[in-house]
Design a protein around this ligand. Sequence first.
Ligand code: ISL
Length: 575
Amino acid sequence: MKAWWKEGVVYQIYPRSFQDSNGDGVGDLPGIISRLDAVAELGADIIWLSPVYASPGIDNGYDISDYRSIDPLLGTMADMDRLFGEAKKRGIRIIMDLVVNHTSDEHEWFQKSRRREPGYEDYYIWLPGKNGRPVVPPNNWTSFFMEDAWTWDELRGEYYLHLFHKKQPDLNYKNPKVIDEVKGILKFWLDRGASGFRCDVINALYKTSLEDGKKNIMITGTEHFLCQEGNHEILRILRRDVLDHYDCFTVGETALVNLEDAKLLSDEKRRELNMVFYFDHLEVDRLVARFVPKKFRAGELLKRLDKWQRGLEWNAVYLENHDQSRIVSHYGAGEKNPLYWERSAKLLAVLEFTLRGTPFVYQGQEIGMTNFDFTGMGEVKDIESHNLDRLMKKLHLPARLRWKWIRASSRDNARTPYQWSAGAGAGFTTGEPWLGINGSHRRINYEAQKDDPASVLGFYKRILRLRAGSETLKYGEFHPLFARGPCIAYERRPPAPAGRPETSAGQADGAPPEDAAGSGGVYTVLLNFSGKTAELPRSWAAAPFATEPVLSNTGRTAPPSGTLEPWEAVILKGR
Ligand code: ISL
């Protein structure tokens, strides 16, 4: 089924790091409003706003103390209403970040729950220590932030569960009142103008049991709380009672999800979520979670893309977000060689915009922003990186290795302020930025690219237009062609015409018809993930592609025959 949220392109804004308007060094809502034209010019028509709610800010807003008010650091509710209005004028819808696995410990519900105020006793997950002893936590679970998942609360005289930081206590979804609270939050924002939600760790809401978990170096206990039947049920209730009554969509951030669970969560017929963020395609070069690296293989990337592209009815397609390293530093060439930096940033744009699903662009991705250039832990703010460092110290890992892994994996890589210009404060702030500005802003910035069609930004604009005008790129099927060394190739084939069932995956069915707009037909995508000229397989024949490439990051005017240039990306049409 077609939908606006399938055709649209989402632009993720991390408010603290996007644009500061008052010189306090923190991005804010008026700042975002002043940059809406840049989002519209890119061609994005949906904004995902990372949390803007009242929050003590230990996890940059993912620790909410009031879901119905705006963090004064970021602005006021009047600013938020203005943002909805100004975005609408530009044809941009806004989705909010729904963070309801946990609240901040400063939320009034938690404060009431600690005091056992009537009605609030069971809003969170409280337990006495193991065997009633306060010195031993109720079970052996650890948190996503690599600490114990339980903290003792003196006032209540019990432990509470937190799958993240101790200032982020988990809500108790066995309590129907908690589900009612969430319904209220959804309605509040939908009525104010939101068009949907990105739902934070939405597959961990329901803790089926609080038994000990199987020991795991990263996180223990997941078999008791990830993708449980109770979680599916909650999502169906929220959909039935609230979301289905609005023109909106949801994308779930589903931690550690596998394909089978992702299918259940996003299956249109089950009416839970519309799509999910999974991590598999970003972990081709990761051995343990985000932190321990291994060699990248393009063939492995294609294999994983294929699995999810064809495994799910609809994908959320993304290469970056506020928790990930910058993709040009991750799968691309980094910034050392300016030509390869630019080419690989464009190659990654080709990858993202030729996959089937709703594309999500993270702020700065469209200008090729790179990982931070910090030199030591003193400059890192992210609590996750600090916990990781502590854990690695405990394991006696040498300082150089610790820093190497943190540099590659820290969430602050994505959180350095947006590079608007080469000037002081990168055009982000006139004050002292809350997090260091990447020195690369002198070369990599919006000003330098905004009017240059040959820039990374210019390329993004082109490829967004290409996708917008093509039924095949939006709705067509994905088919892998080959992987050879650093090169991969795949096709997008036109969607089956309405009224006829789609052919099952892997079955080619003759020459598909062009769509009415004339933008159908098969697209073939070729990518070289390396700084070396690379050979295409012998079976590859350029001959059938009579026409010039639809898009190329090297200026190529004829289809490639035997080789691809370093970091080359080509889109061909017709066979
Ligand atoms: O990033 C991940 C995998 O590469 C995940 O494990 C991710 O950290 C996790 O899924 C939860 O992330 C979300 O919830 C956190 C918050 O700190 C993150 O910023 C947010 O995206 C707690 O709210």
